[in-house]
Design a protein around this ligand. Sequence first.
Ligand code: S3P
Length: 425
Amino acid sequence: MKFVKSKGLRGEITVPGDKSISHRSVMFGSIAKGTTRIRRYLQGADCLSTISCFRKMGVEIENTGDTVLVHGRGMRGLTCPETPLDCGNSGTTMRLMSGILAAQDFSATLTGDESIRKRPMNRIIEPLTRMGGRITGNGGSGCAPLSIAGGPLSGIDYISPVASAQVKSAILLAGLYADGQTRVTEPYLSRNHTEIMLTHFGARVQTQGTTAVVTPAPELHAQQIDVPGDISSAAYFICAGLMVPNSEIFIRHVGINPTRAGILDVCRAMGGRVSVLNKTSASGEPAADLLVSSSSLHGTVIEGALIPTLIDELPMIAAMACFADGTTVIRDAAELKVKESNRIRVMVQNLAAMGADVQETDDGMIIQGGRPLHGASIDSCLDHRIAMTFAVTGLCCDGETSILGADCVRISYPEFYGDLEKLTV
Ligand code: S3P
């Protein structure tokens, strides 16, 4: 896949449904009573992995492309899978499902692709073990494949060392089955889709600051879920609209949950022209249309509580910072090292190959903006967010940018390149 300098991006776009919300809707629908109807379910490979895992546990799921129907089997209705559950590339599938499996009356094995088998699973093994779960990583490595022998669980009060919605959600889901309340406190608040959606399904989940408390639920009730557009996918068009001269992009119906929408604050702090229009809400999640246009950008500092609200957008933001005047500092973002790739290293190497002045730090990057970048051969390391980031960056570079492993966008946004092309002037 090759990209050259763009003369501008103009038009309207609807990005696919939110990945985090899509995963949760099938998982919660599977253990609820009744049929959950999901509109705009993301048809990316990660969310299809979740569907396939729950089908293997006896859940009937109809996927028509636009609507997904999940015929829930109730809290105790999952059945023992005959083969290992393949999570593909999806951390959300593996970690959240572990919370549910820890409480079942059968054993299961969770596996996935080469990338996920290197990602840290001790962060869920440790708290779920404290609850009474029996989970082992591959040869005690703390990595997948994970063997989970389900059984009775006890509620815990857990102080998480990381602000991670996957960790928080795994514990809260196990907590639905525990013998008392379960509390999870994070250093900063991570995305709260689990808390919002579980409440819709009839569970009792309370939030105080960065603590979420779940009460065991005898039953969940099927829901209609309207999935808003994924702000993590919209991020590529938000930044493209700001970075590429002569651009104006209208992005329809994007989720703007404050625990996810940090990118909007950062764009504004950098001088970006971003308007939030026509606010609505869908299934308890706020959404809006976004209008972005080419802007003269300047550097900023991104740190602390803001980081979990834009963790998946940081690669794109780092690339945008190369086109902003002055210095941008990203810190407190060590979590980037344990995503689908080491996103600090991979971003620094690829941006440097384009001629950027960017320095890797222990927990982020320091970017000196304002230098013109040139096209380069980019290794996506099969990380979808890296591939999409450099497709957009290539539109602002002199010369040609080619992306190795470009097809990995199928993980979260199969139509990405076509959608980007449609906006080309
Ligand atoms: C997700 C949470 C984030 C994010 C991932 C999706 C979720 O991971 O990076 O893409 O759906 O809960 P962490 O919670 O591990 O930071």
